[in-house]
Design a protein around this ligand. Structure first.
Ligand code: ZN
Ligand code: ZN
Ligand code: ZN
Length: 141
């Protein structure tokens, strides 16, 4: 993964990417599901990354600010997904919390005259094919 554009953006935010923090970023970017800060902290510990929970929060906060991470609110809990630098939308599976990037599918918003859209966000929530299959197996009368 080429992290140089992300490193530059982090520098602008005065967030120094130490080797431990970089490992944390790697773990986050490789996670296939969205994670809560506590889950990411646990993943970091499994990878022997010596980092505090505060740093996990701080990294997620800064990544969100520069658009590299996206927060999702599901059932009152905030989860984060790694997004990288390319604009895209998401399909969030509410069962397994896997986030699938949707490229080339930008919705259009109808805004009143004289309003300028600078950025937009839009995500779909539902059931992924795996979870759909899983729910179909079982004792159906
Ligand atoms: Zn994304
Ligand atoms: Zn799923
Ligand atoms: Zn879009």
């Amino acid at each position: 993964m080429d992290k140089s554009p992300i490193k530059e953006l982090l520098n602008e935010q005065k967030f120094r990417l130490t080797s431990e923090r970089e490992s944390l970023l790697d773990v986050f970017s490789r996670s296939s599901s969205m994670v809560t800060p506590a889950q990411l902290y646990e993943l970091a510990q499994q990878h022997d990354i010596r980092i505090g929970l505060t740093t996990v929060y701080r990294l997620l906060e800064v990544l969100t600010k520069i658009g590299v991470a996206t927060p999702f609110l599901v059932d009152g809990t905030i989860y984060y997904a790694y997004c990288g630098c390319n604009h895209h939308h998401h399909f969030v599976c509410l069962s397994c919390h896997r986030v699938t990037d949707l490229h080339n599918s930008c919705p259009s918003f109808h805004v009143p005259e004289n309003f300028d859209v600078i950025a937009h966000r839009s995500d779909a929530y539902g059931t992924c094919p795996d979870c759909r299959k899983a729910s179909e197996v079982g004792c159906n009368p």
